[in-house]
Design a protein around this ligand. Structure first.
Ligand code: ATP
Ligand code: MG
Length: 198
């Protein structure tokens, strides 16, 4: 299926905090699939994580993602889920992008861990009908796409970095350097995040 409009990737996350694993995935997917833009969409309320642990304020996570992305070509920070308020559903984000430009082709980018949870997403049928799912996987990974999905798989050397580990590092006083951008290290300090919790 070809489309004359822009090819837009949606890379959604809690980004609490954003790290180089996220950035490497985003730029490599953009390159491999020739996307015009990858939007880093910061979840307002990551409803599947609520109750598991405290989630940092959306405004703080948005600021960290802005610091992380800086002026990297083809990556853009997107705050529409925060402006929309309430629980964040990718189905709404896909619908909004297609309303803004019906000629666009939308790619929903997920890590292989998040891909396993796709069936639990709100209104996943809508997402499936309107977008291509892109799974970022380490070379040799074994994720098999469920039938009925339009999928792409992009191999990226998997960086074993998670926001969960980074929060624990701050709480323990261990360094974050080289795991997140230098500007994110300072941003986390300035905002006083993760010191007393994970
Ligand atoms: P947490 O540990 O709090 O769950 P996380 O590091 O998994 O945080 P999320 O904000 O939950 O980050 O993830 C956003 C998206 O980024 C998801 O699709 C997830 O699969 C993907 N992702 C997370 N870490 C990596 C990584 N190291 N490499 C590639 N993709 C990643
Ligand atoms: Mg995660």
């Amino acid at each position: 299926m070809t489309s004359a409009g822009p090819r837009i990737g949606i890379f959604g996350g809690t980004f609490d905090p954003p790290h180089v694993g996220h950035l490497a995935a985003a730029v490599n997917v953009r390159h491999s699939l020739g996307l015009d833009l990858v939007l880093l969409v910061v979840a307002n309320v990551p409803w599947q994580k609520v109750g598991e642990r405290p989630v940092s304020p959306a405004a703080d996570r948005l600021e960290l993602v802005r610091l992380a992305v800086g002026d990297v070509e083809g990556l853009e920070v997107d705050d529409r889920e925060i402006r929309r308020g309430g629980d964040s559903y990718t189905a709404d984000t896909v619908a909004e992008l297609l309303e803004e430009d019906p000629s666009s082709e939308v790619f929903v980018i997920v890590g292989s861990d998040a891909a396993a949870g796709l069936p639990t997403w709100e209104r996943i049928d809508e997402v499936r009908a309107r977008s291509v799912i892109v799974v970022v996987d380490r070379p040799g990974g074994t994720w098999g796409p469920p039938s009925g999905w339009r999928t792409e798989r992009v191999e990226v050397p998997r960086l074993e970095i998670s926001s969960t580990d980074l929060r624990a590092r701050v709480a323990d006083g261990r360094p974050l350097d080289y795991l997140v951008s230098p500007s994110v290290v300072s941003g986390i300090e300035r905002l006083g995040l993760y010191r007393d919790r994970r």
